[in-house]
Design a binder for this molecule. Structure first.
Ligand code: ADP
Length: 177
């Protein structure tokens, strides 16, 4: 597969991830997996209460790791819950942990035969990760994974606001152009 073919399996869109009709949406969860604010709260509200019931059986999730559940009332079949690092000063393994969120989520998606996966900007809200750096890790890790795997066929970055979407698009151009 050429670099251009890999790049064509990636797309940045501005929008609300809870409305995405994909095989799996990724949730920027916290270690309890029991719901929170931001995109986590939006996913739990849209999925309905059976989501937190299933999450309660999982026993939480360490930072950098990922776990999968059903999507319940979401258009997505699965939710992949991953826990991004809280950004402190960049010297607490934040970049390695953020990279492992993307990699572990993609591995779970592949194991569950997902063709399409949507990611939010993990750690870029309440967890305070600098946007440019986070986008570089997100795009770089996904491109690297897609280069070595046929599934997922397509990865969407679903960014809530215009500014975040613009940054992601620039990073995609820089890393693939
Ligand atoms: P974290 O705690 O990992 O930083 P947040 O949910 O606070 O997670 O923020 C992560 C990103 O998700 C932010 O860019 C935020 O604007 C975005 N976000 C919030 N709600 C949604 C949504 N419904 N769909 C997509 N992205 C969202």
């Amino acid at each position: 597969m050429t670099a251009q073919e890999i790049r064509n399996r990636l797309e940045c869109v501005q929008g609300d991830i809870t409305t995405c009709s994909v095989d799996a949406v990724v949730n920027a969860a916290n270690t309890s997996l029991l719901g929170g604010g931001g995109v986590d709260g939006a996913i739990h509200r849209a999925a309905g209460p059976r989501l937190v019931e299933e999450c309660r059986t999982l026993g939480g999730c360490p930072t950098g790791d990922a776990k999968i559940t059903q999507g319940y009332n979401l258009p997505a079949r699965f939710v992949i819950h991953t826990v991004g690092p809280v950004y402190r000063n960049g010297r607490h393994h934040e970049s390695a942990l953020l990279e492992s969120c993307y990699r572990n989520s993609l591995e779970l998606a592949e194991q569950h035969h997902c063709r399409t996966v949507a990611f939010p900007a993990i750690s870029c809200g309440a967890y305070g990760y600098p946007l440019e750096e986070a986008a570089e890790i997100a795009v770089g890790t996904v491109l690297d994974f897609l280069g070595g795997h046929d599934r997922p066929e397509k990865v969407l970055f679903v960014l809530f606001d215009r500014r975040t979407c613009d940054v992601y698009e620039r990073v995609v151009t820089r890393l693939t152009g």
